[in-house]
Ligand binder design. Structure first.
Ligand code: NAD
Ligand code: MG
Length: 408
């Protein structure tokens, strides 16, 4: 639990946000990354209970038509595309709707600042950092999906959240599961947390087979339908590495007390082990609308259109240890967390550039880890003094990663 009101380690119950809201009208919400996988799942929940929400702003990268249609559908006040070249298309598509249109990265940040009770941070990658920080600076409840921004800016981001009285509610299914079973009043009673991982589409592949996989194969996840970037991250298991770092910051746990367990059915979303040997887990059908609904209603619960978990039909839950030889990304992420400073920023930026190159068929699947390893090895990991240091390390890493890719 990370919140400015109660401080890390406090119980996540009946917060001031919830108290303020009691008896008030619809919850005012903004969705950053409204056209993506998480954004669309959020919109699905919102449109099922239109009386409960008023949409302030929706943002997207380039999909102007889709964004405009969604903004019209829910009567949003503002729609923003991050790419300025898409402004004309957005404006045309919104003509006569009464929805304000804007474009450019700064306009996305402005959208995040607009008055709202709840902001969904579901942009992919470090591109989401500035708007997510802007929402936190306004002291909002931030439903937090965009893990890359916490990996990128870690302690600085948490400082800002605390200073401005914002509340981060994890959307990532594993972190949402831990949030639900973590005794924030007694963190000393916790021995370790265990993140489950589906293992991705190449769970049973050897390295030779992995060397030849295509982007299409990597994006076809066996359980979850997600955006392309996180799907590739799941295939390399860098996603779990990013999640170890995310869990470190969200739950104030050192790397050695965060374990990873492969669980292909993705029914047990994660576990917390207490000192007395009790292990508490959160289970559910693999559907991101459950953790999103949890954050939308928090600290209450709402109906969500989720297929009930039928354990008799699932019949078997299986578990295995991750294989560090076949999936070195997890080791790289732990090493970056251990090094501290800007090492996680470098890990994240290098991975973003490498995944994009893989998706564009410019490098092979196993080159992703080579690029990340190369950047971590080539660059200094000094502690960042401020966010400007983060931006410059992020930019420098992208430059280094592109140079490494050009040499491959
Ligand atoms: P996605 O690619 O489907 O959607 C990304 C969204 O961000 C889109 O709306 C896109 O228009 C917007 N966007 C992309 N680049 C942008 C930019 N430069 N500036 C502004 N907006 C930009 O991704 P997703 O799968 O929905 O994932 C979103 C985030 O949630 C990621 O950080 C991911 O790791 C995290 N997450 C996703 C899932 C999932 O099931 N999809 C699960 C856990 C965590
Ligand atoms: Mg996850």
């Amino acid at each position: 639990m990370v919140t400015g009101e109660r401080g890390a380690g406090a119980a996540p119950t009946a917060g001031a946000h919830a108290a303020q809201r009691a008896g008030e009208g619809p919850r005012v919400i903004t969705i950053l990354g409204a056209t993506g996988s998480i954004g669309r799942s959020t919109m699905d929940l919102v449109t099922r209970a239109p009386e409960a929400y008023r949409v302030e702003a929706l943002t997207a990268h380039r999909s102007a038509e889709r964004l405009a249609a969604e903004a019209r559908r829910v009567g949003a006040r503002l729609a923003v595309v991050a790419d300025p070249d898409c402004y004309g298309a957005l404006k045309d598509a919104l003509a006569g709707s009464g929805v304000e249109a804007a474009a450019g990265p700064e306009a996305v940040v402005e959208a995040a600042r607009r008055p709202a009770d709840w902001v969904m941070a579901a942009i992919v990658g470090a591109a989401g950092l500035a708007p997510t920080l802007a929402a936190a600076e306004q002291g909002r409840i931030v439903a937090f999906a965009n893990k890359e921004c916490l990996v990128c800016a870690g302690t600085l981001m948490l400082d800002l959240v605390r200073r401005h009285g914002a509340t981060l509610l994890p959307v990532d299914s594993e972190h949402n599961a831990i949030f639900q079973v973590f005794d924030f009043a007694r963190p000393h009673a916790i021995r370790r947390i265990i993140l489950t991982a589906s293992g991705g589409p190449f769970r049973t592949f050897d390295r030779t087979a992995m060397a030849g996989v295509s982007a299409a194969q990597a994006v076809a996840h066996p359980v979850w339908a997600m955006g392309a970037k996180i799907s590739v991250d799941s295939a390399t298991m860098m996603n779990k590495g990013l999640e170890v770092i995310e869990a470190h910051f969200l739950f104030d746990m050192p790397s050695e007390r965060i374990d990873v367990l492969i669980h292909p059915q993705s029914v047990v979303h994660s576990l917390v082990e207490y000192r007395d040997g009790s292990v508490l887990a959160q289970l559910g059908s693999p559907d991101m609308r459950t953790p999103i609904a949890f954050t939308l209603a928090w600290p209450d619960r709402i109906e969500a259109p989720i297929e009930p978990l039928d354990l008799a039909r699932v019949a078997q839950l299986s578990f295995e240890a991750p294989d560090p030889e076949r999936f070195p990304a997890l080791r790289l992420a732990r090493a970056a967390l251990q090094s501290g400073g800007t090492a996680p920023t470098i890990l994240n930026a290098a991975n973003e550039v490498a995944v994009e190159a893989f998706l564009n068929d410019r490098i092979g699947f196993l080159d992703i880890e080579r690029v990340v390893d190369g950047c971590l090895g080539n660059m200094a990991h000094d502690p960042p003094r401020d966010l400007d240091d983060i931006w410059s390390v992020d930019a420098e890493t992208r430059h280094t990663a592109r140079a490494l890719i050009a040499e491959l």
